[in-house]
Ligand binder design. Structure first.
Ligand SMILES: Nc1ncnc2c1ncn2[C@@H]1O[C@H](COP(=O)(O)OP(=O)(O)OP(=O)(O)O)[C@@H](O)[C@H]1O
Ligand SMILES: [Mg+2]
Length: 535
């Protein structure tokens, strides 16, 4: 077979027929032009309706086949259409979005092949984040309380028993109004529960064996030793800051592209992938229900998505699946980027309506199996031999099927992608630094704050320095224990103001015991056990 063609009709008939399936009424992202029998038809366009981006998608393909450039292309067009973007930037190559691209022969050829007559070098509004400020970018942090026990268990590599023990510890802290802002707080709470003094309460918690608490404590110490302390704390990212558009400049109303530097990914894959999931869960929890919009508010790319699912607990898998399903009606589109579709669980894969599959390799029997499995997930096509097509795609080409405006799968298209208009290489360091220091978000998040939280309260308890006069100010059990977000900055060294014995009173009370039995619905923890925010 040559070039993947099965049909012997004139090329333009076939390519035009395929393109018919992509002739939408509303605005759409341009993915490229149809290739058939080794020929590209610059008139036959392949597109994704903006209104279908919240039906999620997959960008897959072997290494070096064009996944990141496809992401870049989509990010550019989303920004131009006024849709915000979030994407991890694993190799810093997406930072090039900040700079106008540079034409060369290869790009000129692609521009011709893809009928992209308006190609002009263009820079895009880009924000740079780095987890905990480690790396180049505005520090992105979350509190331990908000992160919740399920995600944290994933980061710590806990087994199911340890995970439920950790959930009980969170529950205890929530119920007792102890804010877990950073890892020191969590350590303090577990330390307290395993001390002489806290032993009674640990017993009351029922599910937490002292040895299990010890294991969790050791895992936290290990996480701290890896430098994770920087990631947990305040000010916590307000995820609404990821939905911004430009308000000034030559081009107001463009969606801002938020890049999270993950250059150190290989050293802490669980932490990074879980952080991405926290962001998504938090967006889900914070945003109002909007149903299907003309275009999404944000498209969220989860690059290296396989990391999310390696060694994931059933609770974690379930929460990912649910979040992805439900976030759709909040105006968020999620695109998973990974090498093989089989990296994702079936339940997630089944929800991805838009598919951009770059070349797959078929070196081993396992590869061949994966290839056949992938082929079976495509709509039936008479136009291509898909096994052949998927292994013969060129760089920056993909087999595509998306959802039409009516929600039906479009005809399978072998598609050549246009070239990004921004730089296809990392932006110069000085340009990135200037973008970071000039950003309003940098001013908001650069400085870490350390409010009074569980650590201080429990230290006070252990050292007997607390004063008992402000008992009346305590939250009753069952109320949301999350601290208000007042900007109060209190130093660790300062004398704690909290009074501690209320903890014992609450724990001993019947209300607390019945609350423990009530599965925690009142404390505002949801799908991932992440905490609901009060503003
Ligand atoms: N749409 C495109 N336009 C122009 N060049 C492209 C395009 N897509 C891919 N390329 C070329 O292919 C190279 C590899 O693409 P890319 O970095 O996107 O691959 P990848 O699939 O993300 O690889 P990895 O798995 O290693 O991250 C690019 O550096 C670029 O030269
Ligand atoms: Mg890549």
């Amino acid at each position: 077979m040559d070039g993947g063609g099965l049909d012997s009709g004139p090329m333009s008939d076939i390519t035009q027929r395929i393109a018919q399936g992509y002739a939408f009424d509303g605005p759409a992202l341009e993915l490229g032009t149809v290739v058939h029998d080794g020929q590209v038809d610059p008139q036959a366009r392949v597109r994704i309706p903006l209104g279908m981006l919240n039906r999620h998608g997959l960008i897959a393909g072997a290494t070096g086949t064009g996944k990141t450039k496809t992401l870049q292309l989509m990010a550019e067009q989303l920004s131009a259409a006024g849709v915000a973007v979030f994407a991890p930037d694993i190799k810093s190559d997406l930072s090039g979005l900040l700079r106008a691209g540079e034409s060369n022969d290869k790009i000129a050829q692609r521009v011709t092949d893809t009928g992209d007559s308006t190609w002009t070098p263009t820079a895009f509004p880009t924000e740079f984040f780095a987890l905990g400020g480690v790396g180049t970018g505005t520090p992105l942090r979350a509190t331990v309380t908000s992160f919740g026990p399920i995600l944290l268990a994933k980061v710590l590599g806990l087994n199911d028993t340890q995970e439920s023990a950790l959930s009980l510890v969170f529950h205890w802290a929530d119920t007792n109004g102890l804010a877990l802002l950073d890892l020191a707080d969590l350590r303090a709470v577990i330390g307290y529960l395993t001390s002489e003094e806290g032993n009674k309460q640990l017993k009351e918690l029922g599910g937490v064996a002292k040895s299990t608490a010890g294991v969790i404590l050791r895992e936290i110490s290990e996480l701290v030793a890896q430098g994770a302390e920087d990631f947990f704390g305040e000010p916590e990212l307000d995820t609404a800051d990821l939905l911004r558009r430009t308000t000034d400049g030559d081009n107001p109303g463009r969606g801002i592209i938020n890049l999270l530097e993950l250059a150190d990914l290989q050293n802490r894959p669980a932490l990074f992938s879980t952080f991405l999931m926290w962001l998504l869960a938090d967006l889900y929890e914070e945003l109002p229900e909007v149903g299907d919009l003309d275009k999404p508010k944000l498209v969220f790319f989860l690059d290296e998505a396989h990391l999310l699912f390696d060694d994931a607990s059933p609770a974690f898998l379930d929460a990912v699946t649910q979040t992805v399903r439900l976030v759709r009606s909040k105006g968020i589109g999620v695109f998973f980027v990974t090498q093989r579709p089989s990296d994702l669980p079936e339940a997630v894969l089944a929800q991805l309506g838009n598919r951009v599959q770059h070349a797959l390799r078929a070196y081993t029997p396992a590869d061949a199996d994966a290839l056949r499995k992938t082929v079976r997930t495509y709509p039936i096509t008479e136009d291509y031999d898909l096994e052949q097509a998927l292994t013969h795609l060129g760089t920056g080409e993909a087999v595509v099927t998306v959802l039409s405006e009516q929600g039906a799968p479009t005809p399978v298209a072998w598609c050549r992608m246009p070239a990004p208009r921004s730089l296809m290489a990392p932006a110069p360091e000085q340009a990135v630094d200037a973008a970071i220091t000039g950003s309003v978000l940098h001013a908001k998040y650069a400085q870490e704050v350390d409010r009074e939280s569980a650590y201080e309260r429990l230290s006070a308890k252990v050292h007997g320095t607390a004063d008992e006069s402000d008992q009346a100010d305590q939250d009753p059990p069952g109320s949301n224990p999350r601290p208000e977000r007042e900007p109060a900055r209190r130093e660790r060294t300062r004398e704690p103001e909290a009074e501690p014995t209320i903890v014992e009173q609450i724990v001993a009370s019947g209300a607390f015991k019945s609350f423990l039995r009530s599965a925690g619905s009142a404390i505002g923890r949801r799908m991932f056990g992440t905490a609901r925010r009060r503003r």
